[in-house]
Design a protein around this ligand. Structure first.
Ligand code: DOR
Length: 440
């Protein structure tokens, strides 16, 4: 039985040069051929993609899928379905589950769960605690070490400078340390300062720009001193962009989320705690500096920080409302809409959302529309605007801060390892993704 799949007449976003219209042949889970008028003989399935754009599948390097422990918000199955709908063919998931992913056993448990139910490819972080250095040193199969320097409770909070230093000093310097950079002490002090204020806009004042800068600077200093690979997660301020503009060693990278690029503190008035997240939204001047940082290459990639909470949980009054918002279904259309508006190019979107995450985490053979690469692809419609609709969302939390936004670039077809996982608005739940590998 031939398993080949031929996608014809698509606008192809290839790594070098302008996109061009052509055909792509997929065989045995790989991109076998790219060209014009490829022969149809022996091909099991042909898809005419005329008028649409074929690009590598998105690699989302920061999601929270809540399994195990908080599956009422999301689980690995629903999270992966939402990925398929959003054109995300691989994700890296964070350790703040219950139990937290802080040892080999918890990591292996997540990998086994994912193998049984994820329709896209997956990788998992191991979380640092005050006393799991040995686990961080010997763990196998994790994409990186996640450190919450602030805005976290329980074992995953690492705010002791000595513990932090030992993690940088005594783990493999090529193993990515990904930091949530917000200074815990400053946040605590400012929480006391603003005690009594219950409007959610105060969130951006409590967890202010300085709190982010202090933590990013500390992580950058340690990474510089120990020549340790460092990735600064969801960077949110112009101050941090400037910090990295002054000094960014080759082994340091940074990411930004679509919500930090597109939503601001002005949105609290409309959306309240739905847009409460950590690090918080900033003002318009910061947004402009984040875009500038992306354009200059100071910020390397885009992650969604998909962090679902139910509407009921979000409805609690601040500060009891939880931080975080979903994102895997909207990130690619948001960025392709930004490209259509001239804020960036199509090629940059592919660099930031596909190529860069693969490079930064050492994921071989992914992130490029190129012969020999894995057949993880997404075909998008860049011409037809369509609103974000709550009833179409597949994330279990069932809402989006972008509801009503008219976006282009919605996925028509998502392919994982040569298998069609999303088409005609439907996920094929029988498809299985694979565990990603990470080269150091
Ligand atoms: O807003 C956030 N929510 N930021 C994080 O870093 C964690 C996340 C969550 O897990 O809800």
């Amino acid at each position: 039985m031939p398993s080949d799949l031929l996608i014809r007449n698509a606008e192809l976003v290839v790594p070098e040069g302008d996109p061009w219209v052509g055909d792509v042949l997929l065989r045995d889970g790989r991109i076998a051929q790219i060209g014009q008028h490829l022969p149809l003989e022996g091909v099991a399935r042909v898809i005419d993609a005329e008028g649409h754009t074929l690009m590598p599948g998105v690699i989302d390097p920061q999601v929270h899928f809540r399994e195990p422990g908080r599956e009422h918000k999301e689980d690995l199955q629903t999270g992966s379905w939402a990925c398929a709908r959003g054109g995300v063919t691989s994700f890296l998931e964070m350790p703040n589950t219950d139990p937290p992913t802080i040892d080999q056993r918890a990591l292996d448990d997540k990998l086994a769960r994912a193998a049984s139910k994820c329709v896209v490819n997956y990788g998992f972080f191991i979380g640092a605690t005050a006393d799991n250095l040995k686990e961080l040193q010997r763990v196998q199969g994790a994409c990186g070490i996640k450190i919450f320097m602030g805005s976290q409770h329980g074992p995953l909070l690492v705010d002791d400078p000595l513990v932090l230093e030992r993690i940088f000093a005594e783990t493999d310097p090529n193993f990515v340390i990904a930091v949530h950079a917000e200074d815990h002490a400053r946040i605590q002090a400012r929480r006391a300062l603003f005690a009594g204020r219950t409007d959610v806009a105060v969130h951006s004042l409590i967890q202010d720009e300085e709190a982010a800068l202090i933590a990013s600077r500390r992580a950058l200093d340690l990474a510089t001193r120990y020549r340790h690979r460092l990735h600064i997660l969801h960077l949110s301020t112009g101050l941090e962009v400037e910090l990295l503009r002054q000094h960014k060693p080759a082994w340091v990278s940074a990411e930004v989320t679509p919500q930090h690029l597109l939503l601001s503190t002005a949105d609290y008035a409309r959306l309240g705690s739905l847009v409460q997240m950590n690090p918080p939204l900033r003002d318009a001047a910061n947004l402009a500096q984040l875009w500038q940082g992306l354009q200059e290459g100071i910020l390397d990639c885009i992650a969604t920080d998909h962090a679902p909470h139910t509407l009921q949980e979000k409805a609690q009054p601040y500060p009891h409302s939880p931080s975080g918002m979903p994102g895997v279904e909207t990130a690619l259309p948001l960025m392709l809409t930004a490209a259509q508006q001239g804020r960036c190019s199509l090629h940059q979107v592919v660099q930031w959302m596909c190529e860069a995450p693969a490079r930064l985490y050492g994921i071989p053979n992914k992130g490029r529309l190129q012969v020999g690469y894995d057949a993880d692809l997404v075909l998008v419609d860049r011409r037809t605007p369509k609103p974000v609709r709550r009833e179409e969302l597949l994330t279990k939390c069932g809402w989006s801060p972008f509801e009503g936004w008219e976006l282009v670039g919605w996925p028509l077809l998502t392919i994982v390892g040569g298998q069609i996982v999303f088409q005609n608005g439907q996920v094929d739940p029988s498809v299985r993704g694979q565990a990603l590998t990470f080269l150091r």
